[in-house]
Design a protein around this ligand. Structure first.
Ligand code: C5P
Length: 222
């Protein structure tokens, strides 16, 4: 039988790193649903359409042949065969992704893509904002990761620094706060813990600690 584990939480809560490691340890497939919202945003920007134009954006999705695969522990994202895994993480895409994320019709299309992905891959660890609440309400295990805004901003700052990108800490904080607010306030698939999710404050925990905590929880609940 296939097992679905959902990991939701705000930007910088550690869910990507934790989900990847957890999937690796369990031999499950990892699904980064944020990459889906980013890829659709990127494809819309590339096509030059208005990101708020639902009909035009639906056409973009239908004609882009977007594909998401696990490759060496990372998510390989392609658009008509072109590798766009790095491009979708750009500052420009990050600033504009909310136009797609806040649109209920876009979300319906992406929710279907996420369920199709699960049906094709069997056991998965999926991370996002609405995985435990909307996309997989019957998931076997649900977790919600959080951390203080300060800590999440510092994590992002370090990630950028490691990639050689100089990004002001205060700017990162403002950008994360803005994204959190729109993610929490939207009517469709808002960022919130499922009632039956285990909530973990990762502010003072290492990735290893969080992965260990989740594995223990899974083992004790299996
Ligand atoms: O997780 P990541 O930062 O890559 O997600 C990018 C954006 O995609 C988020 O800011 C959020 O607005 C949106 N998103 C979403 N629902 C998900 C995953 C991501 O709305 N399940």
């Amino acid at each position: 039988m296939s097992t679905i584990i959902t990991i939701d939480g705000p930007a910088g809560s550690g869910k990507s790193t934790v989900s990847k490691q957890l999937a690796g340890k369990l031999g499950y497939t990892f699904l980064d649903t944020g990459a889906m919202y980013r890829a659709v945003t990127w494809a819309g920007m590339r096509s030059g359409v208005d990101l708020n134009d639902t009909a035009a954006m639906t056409e973009v999705i239908n004609s882009s042949n977007l594909d998401f695969q696990n490759s060496g522990g990372e998510t390989l994202v392609t658009c008509r065969g072109e590798d766009i895994s790095d491009e979708i993480r750009s500052r420009d895409v990050t600033e504009k992704v909310n136009a797609v994320a806040a649109n209920p019709q876009m979300r319906n299309i992406l929710v279907k893509m996420q369920r199709d992905f699960a049906a094709r891959h069997g056991s998965i660890v999926t991370e996002g904002r609405d995985q435990g609440t909307v996309v997989f309400p019957d998931a076997m295990f649900k977790f919600f990761l959080d951390a203080t805004l300060e800590e999440r901003s510092i994590r992002r700052y370090k990630e950028f620094k490691a990639k050689g990108i100089d990004y002001d800490l205060d700017e990162i904080k403002k950008s994360i706060e803005k994204r959190d607010n729109s993610d929490i306030k939207r009517s469709s698939g808002p960022l919130k813990p499922a009632d039956d999710a285990v909530r973990i404050d990762t502010s003072e925990m290492s990735v290893k600690d969080v992965v260990g905590y989740i594995l223990n929880h899974i083992k004790s609940g299996a």
